[in-house]
Design a protein around this ligand. Structure first.
Ligand code: ADP
Length: 534
């Protein structure tokens, strides 16, 4: 039983709700469940087909037939079933709401019906039915719901891709890791069999190099994907970049007796502004793929051409081979990370190189296309816009070609090696001693400065400096040493020897006054090249 107070409150509420209804709803109909009739109080033009009064049953049925779209009709009729509605209103003692899709004269839209009881009787006797078109609000609501669903699906896809990436990464890292640890174990059990141990060490070396290139690729990939990759803009001669590329792929070409044709119509003399390291990374990846996926005595060609638009020149790099080729099905997903065609299980790779190259090319506003046929070969065409500065420098191919004759020095050196990690100090010291060096070591920047200052000017020929060290880091130590002009600290070569191996780390090292950059793990050839230039 409701108290008088409740009843008063209810009627006050009802009258304020009615006022609100009058201001919001265009159609109002009084429902009399007692007599099973309705009376229209106010109606919008589109409901003109309804009689002003009639039976409740015809109201619900006529409206459902004329206005409610097929898929919502039954739902509408169930809601307005007289018995159901009375029971629901009596139970809730509040208003009920229904939203549905309606069609009137071929026009589709959304309606909201509200049924408000006009009393406390049980069961309810009277109610007001108010309705309004809500097409615009509903469409906005549906759009935002769709946007939410899309965002959810995108987040889900990204999460799945991340899980797949991690599982691929874990697999691809564990494979060479297993070879390294397994071979180390086998070497230990055959320690007196020199040729067996040597064989194991060679395999450890190969697996270690593979692991390193995989780590570099993974880091590159995640940097590109997180938008952290920054392109550098430096002036360089295209021919110099080509030379450096050739020095890397020539050993592979020779090893497989491949024929190699290079055609560039003098473009190698162009001086351009762009990201030299990234350009090299892309071309090396494609050319070494051509070597990798072409059988012995096959043919590879590398053709460069250009077309100019204002100061920007579009360079086209065509890399063609007559190797194993790729299936059409694989070509549709060739630039996705960790995808490999399945016709070459024995050839080592991770399926990351092309994904990285593709992303870098997009970052540089370029394009890449590929044409390939199984058993016939593949052609990749890359276009990259580069700022062309001039075309004056003559290209001397031989001048940059890497040769093994660079290795081996007759001079002796005094080196200062700075690293906080004892194992790295041991490896670095050994490598420097192999290059005629007498090595003094320090564990951080401060110790390095003290050691450098305790020797006369010119005593050290070079400093090999780690970057990340506790206390004083390599950058700060370099800047301090550069100020020690009386000790020739301003001119001594200081080489960053660091695990900070991204291309931007090279420019950061140089901006702190370092002369050169060697990334860890140390490549013996690269170290020898640096020592040769001292
Ligand atoms: P990886 O060579 O490490 O597997 P890439 O991303 O560089 O990774 O290449 C992805 C895949 O594309 C390779 O595994 C290979 O199946 C295919 N592919 C790339 N270049 C060539 C080519 N020149 N000839 C045949 N297949 C190629």
């Amino acid at each position: 039983m409701k108290s008088m107070n409740d009843t008063d409150n209810f009627y006050t509420e009802i009258s304020s709700v009615n006022e609100l209804i009058n201001s919001i709803y265009s159609t109002k109909i009084l429902l009399d469940f007692y007599s099973g009739t309705y009376t229209t109080i106010e109606s919008s033009a589109e409901l003109s087909f309804l009689y002003k009064t009639g039976t409740y049953h015809t109201l619900a049925q006529d409206y459902a037939n004329h206005c409610v779209c097929d898929e919502h009709r039954q739902y509408f009729l169930d809601f307005f079933d007289e018995e159901n509605l009375i029971a629901a209103l009596t139970k809730t003692s509040s208003f009920l709401e229904l939203e549905f899709r309606r069609i009137i004269h071929g026009r589709s839209g959304w309606m909201r019906f509200v049924v408000i009881p006009s009393g406390f009787e049980s069961p309810i006797h009277y109610a007001t039915l108010a309705c309004n078109e809500i097409t615009r609000q509903k469409e906005e609501e549906l759009i935002s719901q769709q946007a939410l669903r899309d965002a959810f699906a995108a987040a889900k896809r990204a999460n799945e891709a991340k899980t797949e990436f991690l599982s691929n990464m874990s697999h691809d890292i564990r494979t060479p890791m297993n070879a390294i640890l397994g071979m180390a174990l086998l070497a230990g059990t055959h320690i007196h069999d020199q040729s067996y141990v040597l064989n194991c060490l060679n395999k450890i070396n190969t697996a270690g190099k593979h692991l390193l290139s995989l780590i570099n690729d993974i880091l590159d990939m995640s940097k590109i994907e997180s938008g952290q990759s920054v392109l550098s803009q430096e002036e360089f001669c295209l021919g110099d970049a080509f030379d450096e590329i050739f020095s890397i792929i020539t050993p592979e070409i020779k090893k497989k007796s491949l024929s190699f044709s290079f055609l560039s119509n003098g473009i190698e003399n162009d001086i351009v502004i762009g990201d030299r390291l990234r350009l090299k990374q892309i071309l090396i990846n494609l050319l070494s793929n051509s070597c990798k996926y072409t059988k012995e005595k096959g043919a590879i060609s590398f053709h460069v051409s250009k077309s100019s638009m204002n100061s920007l020149t579009s360079y086209e790099f065509l890399i063609k081979d007559n190797g194993i080729g790729m299936s059409e099905e694989f070509l549709s997903k060739i630039f996705q990370p960790f995808t490999r065609d399945n016709n070459h299980e024995a050839i080592e790779g991770s399926g990351l190189g092309l994904a990285i190259a593709h992303n870098l090319i997009l970052l540089m506003n370029g394009t890449i296309s590929v044409d390939s046929q199984v058993g016939k070969g593949s052609t990749f065409i890359i276009t990259l816009p580069l700022i062309s500065v001039s075309c004056t420098k003559p290209f001397q191919k031989e001048s940059c070609t890497f040769t093994t004759s660079e290795i081996g020095h007759t001079r002796s050196f005094h080196f200062l090696l700075v690293d906080d990690n004892d194992m790295n100090l041991e490896v670095g010291k050994e490598l420097l001693q192999m290059n005629n060096g007498t090595v003094e070591t320090a564990h951080d920047g401060k110790e390095a400065i003290t050691l450098f200052s305790s020797h006369p000017a010119g005593y050290f020929d070079a400093i090999f400096m780690d970057i990340k060290m506790p206390g004083m880091n390599g950058y700060d130590a370099t800047m301090q040493i550069r100020k020690l002009t009386a000790l020739k600290g301003d001119s001594i070569p200081i080489i960053a020897m660091t695990a900070n191996a991204f291309s931007e780390d090279i420019s950061i090292a140089k901006s702190h006054g370092m002369t050169d950059h060697l990334s860890k793990p140390i490549d013996l050839m690269a170290l020898q090249r640096i020592i040769n230039h001292l």
